[in-house]
Design a protein around this ligand. Structure first.
Ligand code: FAD
Length: 415
């Protein structure tokens, strides 16, 4: 049974929902794709084999029965669910967005319990506050973390000696972990074997249309040819590509901001190996363990995003098309040089590689740095739903809001 966290008014305000746009959906009833006897059917179709798609597929199968999950890539969890900072958030990162900080606090124990074999906690987690240009002072950071009940201790002398205090106001020990995306994927694949989920790799869901009052037909593209499938529910968990199937089907794009991001994968010098360091809250940097490669990521608020663009009204270009068309020149030397002003020993790290990805957020996150979930039920078509979480642990908020909003089967129960 996946537990549901209550439906407080705070929680309700935290999620972003639009009212069902059934009327627009009805337009598609006029010219549905005819369903032949041989069209395969499923109770639910999930678009996207990232962490959200996998988690959702398991949940839906327990609720509804047969689920088909389509991933256009050759491997599952190889896009944003792999190429990220691997931080299991516990609130510290969001002193300017109390709701995101609080939700992180609530979801943290849930996530580390559920995925404990994939959680790396054997390192010390350090937050340092920049003396200049930080949007919060050390005192404000400390107060805010106390308010949300997150533990913060003054760092010891040895840790403090790593920093240049002409640039750093204060340094704290905190309680945060990292996750290993490869191990999460392995755990999820094991779990999916226990339920009725059919995974189709290298299969893109290109279009979707209403085939009857409450059923949908999806067009699938794969190396073995084009196909259709009929589903009772369709959930799109395409993250950066959240809009691509909808726009190709005549629906408007949901407003989203995308960034082309680079995180450098580095070997850190011995004194930094067992540390995860984050400098807050402005144009600073983080150096986090990346367990899937046994390296650290170095990311920098100024140099990690290389360029950005928006989905919204007007011409739409799928995010992965933009990603593929942009030439990628590493900003590692800039990241490293700036970070070394605060943490001199980082100058001794060795660059190994870069993780390039599209990071997608809701436009409002630009100002308050929040990471709400996006949930748009019945988006233009009855039973076509969009979901997106700004961070991994938000998956619980997505599942909770789906449970509270949609009436899903129940015949199969959760046992
Ligand atoms: C640089 C960066 C740093 C981050 N740091 C953190 C962090 O430290 N901690 C944290 O919790 N979160 C972090 N995040 C956010 C986190 O990565 C995302 O919230 C999460 O991975 C989203 O998971 P997802 O399954 O929705 O997306 P993805 O993992 O991107 O999965 C979407 C999948 O859908 C597939 N797809 C899309 N369209 C179609 C289609 N039409 N048909 C078939 N398949 C399709 C794609 O191929 C992809 O595999 C970070 C993100 C980035 C980019």
């Amino acid at each position: 049974m996946i537990p549901i966290i209550g439906g407080s008014s705070q929680f309700s305000r935290f999620i972003l929902m639009v009212a069902p746009s059934i009327v627009r959906g009805m337009l598609f009833l006029k010219d549905p794709t005819p369903i032949s006897q041989s069209t395969p059917t499923c109770d639910a179709l999930v678009i996207g084999g990232g962490f959200y798609g996998l988690y959702l597929a398991e949940y839906l199968s327990r609720q509804l029965g047969h689920v088909v999950l389509c991933e256009q890539g050759s491997e599952l969890m190889r896009r944003a669910s792999y190429s990220n900072q691997a931080r299991v958030h516990n609130g510290y990162h969001y002193p300017r967005s109390i709701l995101t900080a609080l939700r992180s606090r609530v979801n943290f124990p849930r996530f580390i319990n559920e995925f404990s074999p994939a959680v790396e906690s054997g390192f010390e987690k350090i937050y340092a506050i920049g003396r200049r240009y930080s949007k919060v002072s050390a005192n404000q950071f400390h107060q805010c973390m106390r308010r949300i009940g997150a533990s913060v201790w003054p760092a010891d002398k040895q840790i403090r000696s790593l920093f240049d205090f002409s640039y750093i106001e204060d340094v704290f020990h905190v309680q945060e972990c990292a996750f290993n995306a490869d191990l999460i994927r392995a755990l999820m694949l094991d779990r999916l074997k226990q339920v009725d989920v059919e995974i189709r790799r290298e299969t893109k869901v290109s279009r979707i249309q209403q085939s009857s009052h409450d059923r949908l037909t999806a067009s699938l593209q794969s190396a073995s040819g084009d196909q259709t499938i009929e589903a009772g529910q369709v959930f799109c968990a395409g993250y950066a590509q959240l809009n691509s199937t909808g726009v190709a089907s005549g629906l408007p794009a949901v407003p989203l901001k995308h960034e082309l991001t680079e995180m450098a994968l580095v070997e850190v010098p011995p004194q930094l190996v067992s540390l995860g360091i984050t400098v807050m809250d402005g144009p600073f940097f983080s150096c986090m363990p990346f367990p899937a490669r046994k390296l650290h990521t170095l990311s920098h608020v100024r140099y990690t995003p290389h360029t950005h663009w928006y989905d919204g009204p007007g011409e739409y270009t799928p995010a992965y098309d933009r990603f593929n068309s942009i030439s990628k020149v590493s900003a590692f030397p800039l990241m490293m040089r700036d970070s070394a002003r605060y943490l001199p020993s980082i100058a001794d790290c060795r660059y190994r590689d870069s993780l390039w990805e599209v990071k997608t957020v809701m436009p409002r996150s630009e100002t308050d740095d929040s990471r709400p979930i996006l949930f748009k039920p019945h988006y233009g078509l009855r039973n076509y739903h969009l979901v997106m979480g700004g961070k991994i642990d938000n998956v619980y908020d997505v599942i909770d809001v789906i449970g509270q909003t949609l009436t899903l089967g129940g015949a199969h129960g959760e046992g």
